[in-house]
Write a protein that binds this ligand. Structure first.
Ligand code: AHM
Ligand code: MG
Length: 335
């Protein structure tokens, strides 16, 4: 037991040995982890805690909010607003940014989150999660506004998610590889359970919502057709499929055993670049995946290079095992 490394110790040692984590950032990440613990408690109580079902409201994107979407959003804001490490926050569940109130000191970081990802899985007891991304407020800007958030994902100083599944696991990068921490409920702390997470470059497993097949673009159809053709097709191997409909859970599987995840643009709503959100979902997941040796594109370009033009921007997402992501991207660039 004595060689167990807590999240706190991991962060302190990263700071001491590699100088990666300024103390304000360490504080921020610890507070986010604490908020995730509290969300995990609420998720676990389920019907007993009265947290299931719809809240009867819609978010800025016109999606029906679940009670847990709102609870998780509030937990993250309340936990983070007073510590002095943040200037402002932005969330998938809020129309505009949330500036740290005047009564608290303002820090130099910006926190973005999808408080409860995979909302359609809440009531059916399937894994869900919280995704977060940390940026630095641009130097020289006094005050803070929405445009301070519009930085490419390559500027993230930290990113991660917490998956609420059979175990609650926090997955984190501060730009020096990916580490996983499992929540020890008896001790109430996150314990390091895997360091230097690596995604295999090749895979035989893909994740996509197949019910959208008729709406796909030709290169996506080509890639999936080739996977489905298995041993007898051009790929010469059989593929397996998974689709959890919680990006956190699908990405967690990919970080654990490889695979490719796709939520591409499709013809259902052609004016939208995709379903998933660039700032709250794609950027943090792309940073984690790249830090683990994988790749992440919008089917044409590296996600982390995209310049956001608005907070709630959507994007097409292809991420996971490097060689497969490069193949899908090449099919798009050829076509
Ligand atoms: P949410 O943030 O409102 O929960 O939506 C995002 C989720 C992702 O977690 C998941 O990959 C995708 O939506 C599933 O979408 P679909 O139900 O269209 O398959
Ligand atoms: Mg989401």
């Amino acid at each position: 037991m004595s060689n167990r490394i807590s999240l706190t110790r991991y962060l302190v040692e990263q700071q001491r040995d590699h100088g990666h984590i300024p103390s304000q950032l360490r504080l921020l990440l610890e507070v986010v982890a604490r908020a995730c613990k509290s969300i995990s408690q609420a998720v676990n109580k389920g019907a007993l805690g009265g947290v299931l079902g719809s809240a009867g409201s819609e978010n800025v994107q016109g999606e029906v909010q679940k009670k847990l979407d709102i609870i998780a959003n509030e937990v993250l804001i309340e936990a983070n607003e007073w510590g002095g490490h943040l200037a402002a926050m932005a969330s998938e569940e809020m129309d505009g940014i949330y500036v740290v109130p005047n009564r608290y000191p303002q820090g130099e970081y910006l926190l973005l989150f999808d408080p409860l990802d995979g909302s359609s899985n809440i009531d059916v007891n399937v894994s869900i999660g919280t995704i977060f991304s940390v940026l630095k407020k641009p130097e020289g800007s006094s005050g803070v506004d929405e445009k301070d958030f519009l930085q490419p994902g390559s500027q993230q100083v930290a990113a991660g998610y917490c998956v609420y599944g059979p175990q609650t696991t926090l997955v984190l990068t501060v730009g020096d590889g990916v580490a996983m921490f499992t929540l020890d409920r008896e001790q109430g702390s996150f314990v390091l359970t895997q360091e230097n997470v690596r995604i295999p470059e090749d895979t035989k497993e893909f994740a996509i919502n197949m019910s959208n097949m008729r709406h796909w673009d030709a290169p996506v159809k080509r890639y999936i057709d080739e996977c489905l053709a298995g041993k007898d097709g051009p790929r010469g191997k059989d593929f397996n499929m998974r689709w959890i409909a919680s990006m956190v859970a699908d990405v967690h599987r990919i970080l654990t055993r490889g695979g490719i995840f796709m939520y591409p643009w499709d013809k259902r709503e052609p004016e939208k670049a995709g379903k998933l959100r660039l700032m709250y979902e794609a950027n943090p997941m792309a940073m984690l995946v790249e830090q683990a040796g994988g790749a992440a594109t919008n089917a044409r370009q590296r996600i982390l290079d995209l310049q956001p033009t608005k907070l709630h921007e959507r994007v097409s997402v292809v991420l996971g095992s490097k060689n497969e992501v490069e193949r899908v991207t090449a099919y798009h660039l050829q076509g």
